[in-house]
Ligand binder design. Sequence first.
Ligand code: CP
Length: 328
Amino acid sequence: MTNDTVTTSSAAAQVDRHGNLRHLLTLDGLPRERVLALLDRADAMRRDSHAGTRPLDLLSGRTVINLFFEPSTRTRTSFDLAAQRLGAKVINFDLASSSTIKGESLLDTVHTLEAMHCDAFVVRHKETGTPEFIARHLRSQAAVINAGDGNHAHPTQGLLDAVTLRRHRPELGELRVVICGDIRHSRVARSDIHMLRALQVREIRLCAPQELQADPAEFPDCHIFHNFDDAIDGVDVAIMLRLQKERMQAAAIPSEAEYFQRYGLSIARLRHARSDCLVMHPGPVNRGVEIAGDVVDGPQSLILEQVANGVFARMAALAQLLENRVGD
Ligand code: CP
């Protein structure tokens, strides 16, 4: 198990000296008004995209580089689509065929790509703090968007989850939310907690086995549970998390079957929540491990809607960071 107390200074690194958002590295500490502005922007992107009446060419002439050092299906594809729908050109850095394999350092790679001119780097990396590190060492005016770093943050996942939640439950202040699963290793959990705090939901419950629970000192405003039947009782929203085995040094759970029995979301367990409880999961889903297949595909599941809203949330983030930026 990794020692995973998450400490970075991303909140300070993402704003300029006037307090304007220069990069998007974390939702932690982002003022409520700024979060709401991003959500409103994502809603407007969805309306415009669905109406199909207005060409979205806000980022015409801009170049966005997807710099992914970890696998991704949803995040990378939706950033690609989001940038293209705003008129930007997109380069998907291919790690396997890149000179990183020949030993080129991260910063040499970034500076090389900057020399060809780009307006934004969308960065995913297994090491916490890598997007911030890149942002602090840029030689151009490019923006950095964190697409997931270690167990630290996945801010656009937090945004897309909020966009999805708000469409179904506009009265966010009344919501009781449980986040269940591998919280310790989850950047999604952290960004969702930051988002739920900013939206001032009524109660956040964190449920996990002891070995996968967050340090309570990190989230003093959240209620910690180890029994899922207790944690799910009466909630409005259940956010389920994948076991992040790639971030565990040794097997931290006895078996997947036992894990599902104690912490998996089944139809039977969902009945302990409110009858209209919404079910969310960032994906990828491990059916039968943290969530049953019939819950994934059931009427209370928002999982594919989360995926769809990912494009609009990422359009909002890209537009917010790039539309008025003066290039090099
Ligand atoms: N939710 C999420 O980040 O999914 P991907 O790893 O497929 O991008």
